[in-house]
Design a protein around this ligand. Sequence first.
Ligand SMILES: O=C(O)CCC(=O)C(=O)O
Length: 266
Amino acid sequence: MSDAQKILIISPLTPIESSRIKDIVNGHTMLLVLRGFLHNNTMRAISRDVLNCHDNITTSNYINANLTTLGPYLARYLSNPHEYFSKSQALESIYPQSLIDMRANIYETLRRELVLNCLKTAFEPGSGNYSGSIIRFHADGISNPLHTDNILRDGSGSGLAVTAIKHQLSCVVCLQECTQGGRLRIHQKTWEPSHERFKVKGELGYREDVISGSNACDYYPRRGDIYVFNPNHYHQILAVSGTTRITMGFFLGIVDDDMKKAIAWS
Ligand SMILES: O=C(O)CCC(=O)C(=O)O
């Protein structure tokens, strides 16, 4: 299968197909790209506004990676969800209005294009709203190691509402493209429990031998692209070159068998 066959690019004029979401879940479509739904000038303004939040941009350091972000990601706080919820709610109140408006627009676009009846930020009884998105900064030379995102695996035993979902998708919006590199590589291989032997303590993700022999597709995000994939497929971001790659991301959790209702969190 060539990259073109695995990556489906749609525009606002493409007829809506109700099978889209199922095709991403089962890997028939490795990556769905919504192109032409957002304006370049809006993306430029939001990139400027998020960089103005520099006091709240933090870097998490791992042996093999550094993640620079604005906003919390649940996977980092699974041992202390209380801290996650207090950070999420504090940050929501300082985000620029341009970001909040764009996110609402993107949720609605995804709801319509994925033929969902409802898509809203996840809510935890007793703790409140989850973080509705995260901004990620990949500066020159930065890459992200091979990993999968799977809240059923990572949050198992936590009792968190997001661990009751049926399927997880990852949604990313490109606010600023990098000059070169920065490709998202998605492998045609999904995580299974036996792969835990490919993890190295203190490192982010999995050793490359886990995907040996599997096919992959590469995609270079352009400013304004919204893209969706199944994050239980191994994926990685190749080293960025030049301008910082800035993206907004969140997960979609599909909560029903008919794939009509989804919750979002980061
Ligand atoms: O920024 C990207 O292209 C992908 C980010 C990622 O690793 C994820 O959404 O799980």
